[in-house]
Design a protein around this ligand. Structure first.
Ligand SMILES: C[S@@+](CC[C@H](N)C(=O)[O-])C[C@H]1O[C@@H](n2cnc3c(N)ncnc32)[C@H](O)[C@@H]1O
Length: 288
């Protein structure tokens, strides 16, 4: 698979593309990544790629000419063009999997106040965001996308079995992982993992996979102003008339609650749904 990146800061890509999984995949010929300096397509003598916005307003805008020329030159037949943009479609594991099937991705990194809107219109590019925050430029976002996509390209990960069990694959977040020592400062690894019983371990892992992951059909973010009652439909913890229980809240779940300023209700109000199993005996559990 091939990535072509268009940026005014090619040097930002140097070390991230040399190390670890992506670096090895490039060395091994599984990935090709070429980083192009957008200024090579900018008019002389100043190689300017931005201009003031029509209609006034703060900052500068990336002009269409250099970007369109650059993409048209590096794009190969069938190549997909992605513009990194805070207001784009959110990057998810499902999107990464789909993108990993492509032969070429051309990634355009914005700077300044963003890109002239006609760039997207002319190139038919997809706008992709890596999260609900604003970065200074698209370079870090492009690196995130490259890494998320690259590790799904066949052969890039040493152990492809691990892909099947990862968070967001198969609709759940990954179960908790532990390594030696079995007792670290009094925090113990669950007994079942030390039992050597593969069936029990597999069952435990299945039951302890956290809430459905949003990108693969799981709950949408809760709207602001949501109430506890809304959680029954939207996850992360089902409301039922069950017995008092202990529920492990993942960080995703906590983030969901924080977004809508919800506090945990009094002990004993919640029962887990079948999918959000109670973890009664686990030290990480939290009494609700
Ligand atoms: C300072 S930002 C422009 C922000 C723009 N004025 C807005 O309000 O959405 C400059 C560039 O950073 C990149 N960028 C910023 N936040 C991003 C995000 N969350 N995901 C992907 N790219 C982002 C985009 O390429 C964008 O054109």
């Amino acid at each position: 698979m091939r990535f072509d990146v268009i940026t005014i800061f090619p040097e930002l890509f140097e070390s991230p593309l040399q190390v670890s999984l992506v670096g090895k995949a490039i060395d091994g010929g599984l990935l090709e990544v070429e980083v192009h300096n957008l200024r090579n397509w900018a008019p002389h003598p100043h190689r300017k790629v931005d201009d003031a916005p029509f209609g006034g307003g703060a900052g500068m805008v990336m002009a269409p000419g250099p970007v369109v020329d650059a993409v048209e030159e590096v794009r190969r037949p069938g190549g997909r063009v992605i513009q990194l943009s805070a207001s784009g479609e959110p990057l998810t594991q499902a999107m990464a999997a789909e993108l990993s099937q492509q032969n070429q991705l051309v990634l355009v990194c914005g700077r300044y106040e963003g890109m002239d809107d006609r760039i997207q219109e002319i190139l038919g590019s997809q706008e992709v965001s890596i999260g609900e925050y604003v970065l200074a430029g698209g370079e870090v976002a492009a690196l995130v996308l490259i890494e998320a996509v690259a590790r799904l390209v066949p052969g890039v990960l040493g152990n492809e079995v691990s892909l099947a069990e990862e968070s967001f694959t198969g609709g759940l977040l990954e179960y908790p992982q532990y390594t030696r020592p079995a007792d670290f400062r009094g925090h113990k690894v669950p007994d079942v993992l030390l039992s050597g019983n593969h069936k029990l371990i597999a069952d435990w892992r299945r039951q302890d996979s956290a809430l459905p992951a949003r990108s693969s059909g799981g709950p949408e973010p809760l709207p602001r102003g949501a109430q506890w009652a809304d959680l029954g439909a939207a996850g992360p913890v089902g409301l039922g008339s069950g017995t008092p229980c202990t529920v492990r809240l993942s960080s995703f779940c906590r983030a969901q609650l924080a977004r809508v300023n919800l506090e945990a209700p009094a002990a004993g109000l919640l029962a887990p749904t079948r999918r959000h199993r109670a973890v009664k005996s686990r030290s990480k559990g939290e009494q609700l």
